[in-house]
Design a protein around this ligand. Structure first.
Ligand code: 0WK
Ligand code: 0WK
Ligand code: BGC
Ligand code: BGC
Length: 909
């Protein structure tokens, strides 16, 4: 005799079973889901169907997984999961697992997630600032990998427009905008630190990279967390949105959008529609809303409300709490479904939600949770089965072995989710052996690895302030070696006395000729210094060719050429009949015994004329002039272009006591205390020292920071093993450095789809002026396109971005290294003066410093960071070093005039 109660219970049971049955998917249904997912994957990849595809298959510009050669120190941001993390990741090669990370978790308050874009990115930058403070890294400009777990239309590894917010985010003025730009703007707004955002990656991609570092078979990344998504390595030939058919690229499927074209309405329940209707983005992310942690709890809540309304649960009593959105968090599913949890504990969870429940209620709730999470895992399994089968077919394999890297709180914390997912994949993709490995370290590590891959050749060109200070100390030691009587012979930085003992004092006057040889132009100048009301300088100059065959020919031909040009100049100036004093700016390392006696130690830059090294260049020039016999000149002084530059700037600023050239070559001079210059008699006063810092490192002291590209440059130069510092920083070599890096990256398929053209392989084809043009903020990328097109590599837009990045790294390194060596000179000046704070002016000239759009700013900033106890004015030499040479000559001639007979130029000035 079946009682009414039993009947009622049975029908209630049936009602519950019917409800739960709508969440039970048969294998057929799952195979249909797999098939539909496959169709959407294909539609997302194809150019003509992509716009309407619900699974967007977004290109990521990640072409390969890590190969263990990555190394370097990187910053990483991880935004979009449960936690916002800021990390520093140190990757060392050798032992596979040599990645050390430190991270801090920061909250993203709801009002920030759903405020304005500006507030959101300011908040992110605030957290970065706090982290850098905490790590004491505020002054290091580390490359950054940004894990941004939302759909982005990327056009390059560091360019991605946000398609639409998902999960709990809804900040305004972000959708449709470049996320990297928004972060860069926020960093600029804060103006506290600088970062090099090298890559933006989706969390699925970061997860795949993190796991692939452990398991090379890992070619898929799965997130089953707040959101749900997958990425995998697809064949380039199948990705119609991106040029090129060679190799692979990782595709971010954004499968969360699956179903937005109503193709899974047959399995969506009314509860799914409830949840969607109540979400921040109705109609969107339908698959995600059936499978991810953000929504599973809500689905359960909707079911519980419905069952309760139908009197099947909680005695039909709906509490306010139960009506509260988001109250039934997905973590409760994981707890309630855990086998270890007794019903009693289920009841206490329900209790904590203000739900008085009976045992039956708890059982039903557990069943509901089970049904919802099971379906979620199965759906993800079906989706994954579609992916692995596609990869198997891509590779024409009957059987595929592959690994999926996984992350996400749902997968990690739910007691059954991962098992059900794996079982479903095994069932629906029997020809694939799919391993799942959990990402222990999160996607931040993956983002750092991606940055390392891109940055593979560049990381070694980034220096922390710590390293720069170390280079500063090394150079300081080399300066002391150069100044020391017993150490000078073996010193690499020769610290050559110039016999210039002070900068102009305003009393100079006269009519002089100045020769300016050694920079990119050979210039002859007429310099008239007069004292009408105030001291004025008039200059006329002419540039003369220095053809390759002359500067690579014999020394006598070279000096004959100089004398010929001088003759021509004097002709034009109608002063051939005059014997004017000449100041000779000779921009090469010379050992002076007096102002007008300078023995060339070694040629540098483009010069290689024979029979000059070891000779006095004044004698060689006088001989050439005499040989002509058509005019006479009185060479009163030979000065290095750094000295000429210091003198030229000293004419306008009495505080100028340093001269620097950052041009074809590089070098610096400064006023040193005579008592410290062992090679020159006397202890009173000062003398200008030509450091010849270009040779810094010629003894191997910079081997730890020289890269394979620096070594290749040196091997291909006119003077291998010499001027190693110059070859890392100066204009003669910068373009070539960039070219070598581009060739290497192209060979690795990181650029130009691996296209290598004869032009790209031609030395000198990529000039330093191209680096300056490409780094121009506004038209830089257009220039890049032009220049690279001329090299025949048919660059894509992201190729241009990557090339711009390479240029920036190489030129930045140059500015940083020169800031370090200049920093050493400034601290020495400060110590010489024994003053707590140095106030000085640095005279500068050279085409790299003048032409490069960012160079001077970067140099100034780094110098100020490295030598905080100084006020340094950087004074650009408008009129070249010829004027300075004339100043030196003015003294030389004044002293001769006063003491015509017994003068010894050694003591002059
Ligand atoms: C940890 C990863 C992060 C990802 C998250 C997803 O580092 O990039 O977004 O997993 O899981 P969730 O935190 O959303 O559960
Ligand atoms: C202009 C000076 C000259 C110096 C040159 C260096 O007048 O003495 O050699 O700058 O710059 P570059 O021409 O090598 O870029
Ligand atoms: C986003 C994906 C992300 C996933 C997991 C989804 O809402 O659209 O970009 O990978 O969540 O975090
Ligand atoms: C030379 C220096 C010169 C510098 C800048 C270097 O190659 O050795 O003497 O000052 O170039 O022109």
């Amino acid at each position: 005799m079946v009682t009414a109660v039993a009947q009622r219970l049975a029908s209630q049971r049936k009602e519950i079973d019917d409800t739960l049955a709508t969440f039970t998917l048969s294998t057929t249904q799952l195979q249909e889901v797999k098939a539909k997912m496959r169709v959407e994957l294909e539609r997302g990849l194809k150019k003509d169907t992509h716009p309407t595809a619900s699974v967007k298959m977004l290109p990521t510009y990640v072409y390969r997984t890590p190969d263990g050669t990555e190394r370097g120190k990187y910053l990483a941001l991880d935004l979009g999961g449960t936690n916002f993390r800021v990390l520093v990741v140190k990757i060392r090669t050798g032992m596979r697992n040599s990645v050390r990370m430190y991270n801090k978790i920061y909250a993203i308050p709801l009002e920030i997630m759903q405020g304005t874009g500006e507030e959101l990115f300011d908040h992110i930058v605030q957290c970065i600032s706090d982290f850098l403070d905490y790590m004491g890294m505020k002054n290091t400009r580390l490359p950054l990998g940004f894990t941004f777990s939302f759909p982005c239309n990327q056009t390059g590894i560091d360019k991605g427009d946000l398609v639409s917010w998902t999960k709990g985010f809804k900040a305004t003025d972000c959708e449709g905008y470049d996320v990297v730009d928004m972060l860069r703007e926020a960093i600029k707004r804060r103006n506290e630190f600088d970062l090099d955002i090298v890559a933006i990656v989706n969390d699925t991609v970061g997860t795949m990279m993190t796991c692939a570092y452990e398991d090379p078979k890992c070619q898929i990344g799965l997130i089953a967390g707040t959101g749900s998504n997958v990425c995998y390595m697809e064949e380039m030939k199948n990705i119609e949105l991106v040029e090129g058919d060679e190799g692979q690229m990782c595709v971010n499927t954004e499968w969360g959008g699956f179903g937005e074209n109503d193709n899974i309405e047959d399995i969506r329940t009314r509860y799914d529609r409830e949840v969607d209707g109540g979400s921040l983005n109705p109609g969107k992310q339908r698959f995600e809303k059936m499978t991810s942690g953000m929504y599973l709890g809500e689905i359960v809540r909707q079911i519980l409300i419905d069952l309760t309304k139908r009197g099947l649960l909680f005695r039909g009593r709906i509490t306010e709490r139960l009506k509260t959105k988001g109250i039934f968090e997905t973590k409760f599913l994981s707890q309630i479904e855990s086998d270890r949890l007794a019903l009693l504990q289920v009841r206490s969870i329900l209790q904590s939600l203000g739900l008085d429940s009976t045992c039956d209620d708890s059982i039903i709730v557990k069943e509901v949770c089970g049904a919802v999470s099971r379906r979620a895992a199965q759906l993800c399994g079906a989706g994954m089965a579609a992916i692995v089968d596609k990869i198997r077919e891509n590779r024409g394999l009957d059987h595929l072995e592959i690994t999926v890297g996984v992350d996400g709180t749902l997968y990690k914390l739910h007691p059954h989710f991962s098992t059900i997912l794996k079982d479903t994949v095994r069932e629906l993709a029997p020809n694939c052996k799919v391993d799942f490995i959990l990402s222990e370290d999160g996607s931040g590590k993956g983002a750092a690895l991606i940055t390392a891959v891109i940055d593979k050749y560049l990381y070694a060109m980034r220096f922390s302030d710590e390293t720069l200070r170390d280079i500063m100390a090394r150079f300081r030691r080399e300066m002391e070696n150069g100044l020391g009587g017993d150490t000078n012979p073996t010193a690499t930085v020769k610290m050559l006395p110039t016999f210039v003992r002070s900068i102009p004092d305003g009393s100079e006057k006269g009519d002089f000729i100045a020769l300016d040889l050694g920079g990119s132009n050979f210039r002859i100048l007429r310099v008239k210094v007069s004292h009408e009301k105030k001291q004025t300088v008039q200059m006329e100059s002419q540039i003369y060719e220095t053809p390759e065959d002359i500067i690579h020919g014999s020394g006598s031909r070279l000096f004959d050429h100089v004398a010929e040009c001088l003759g021509d100049f004097m002709e034009k100036q109608k002063i051939k009949d005059k014997k004017l004093p000449v100041g000779f700016t000779f921009s090469f390392p010379c050992a002076h015994s007096k102002l007008d006696e300078a023995v060339l130690l070694t040629w540098t830059k483009r010069f290689k004329a024979s029979g000059v090294e070891g000779m006095d260049v004044v004698k060689l020039l006088n001989k050439a002039i005499k040989k002509r016999g058509d005019y006479d000149a009185d060479i009163m002084a030979v000065v290095n272009d750094t000295v000429g530059t210091m003198m030229t700037c000293g004419f306008d600023d009495q505080r100028c006591e340093v001269g620097i050239i950052i041009g074809t070559g590089t070098n610096a001079c400064y006023m040193e205390e005579l008592r410290h210059i062992d090679m020159v008699e006397g202890d009173e006063g000062r003398m200008c020292i030509n450091t010849e810092w270009g040779a810094f490192g010629d003894d191997g002291t910079l081997e730890d920071i020289r890269t394979e590209f620096d070594r290749e440059i040196d091997r291909g130069s006119l003077n291998p093993g010499k001027q190693l510092f110059e070859k890392m920083v100066s204009g003669m070599y910068m373009g070539e450095l960039v070219r070598l890096i581009l060739v290497k990256m192209a060979k690795e398929g990181l650029l130009f789809e691996g296209r290598i053209t004869p032009e790209l392989l031609t030395k000198g084809k990529f000039e330093t002026k191209h680096v300056s043009a490409i780094e121009k903020s506004k038209e830089g990328l257009t220039k890049a396109k032009e220049i690279l097109t001329r090299l025949g590599v048919e660059p894509s837009e992201d190729d241009c971005i990557a090339v711009q990045h390479v240029c920036a790294i190489v030129s930045f390194r140059s500015a940083n290294l020169i800031a370090a060596t200049l920093g050493a000179i400034l601290t020495r000046l400060k110590d010489n003066k024994n003053s707590p704070r140095l106030r000085t002016t640095v005279g500068i000239d050279g085409s790299l410093y003048k032409m490069h759009p960012q160079y001077s700013r970067r140099l100034h900033k780094t110098v100020r960071r490295l030598v905080p106890e100084s006020d340094v004015r950087f004074l650009l030499s408008e009129s070249g070093s010829g004027k300075g040479a004339a100043m030196v000559t003015a003294w030389a001639s004044r002293l001769c005039f006063h003491h015509p007979t017994n003068i010894n130029t050694e003591q002059m000035c």
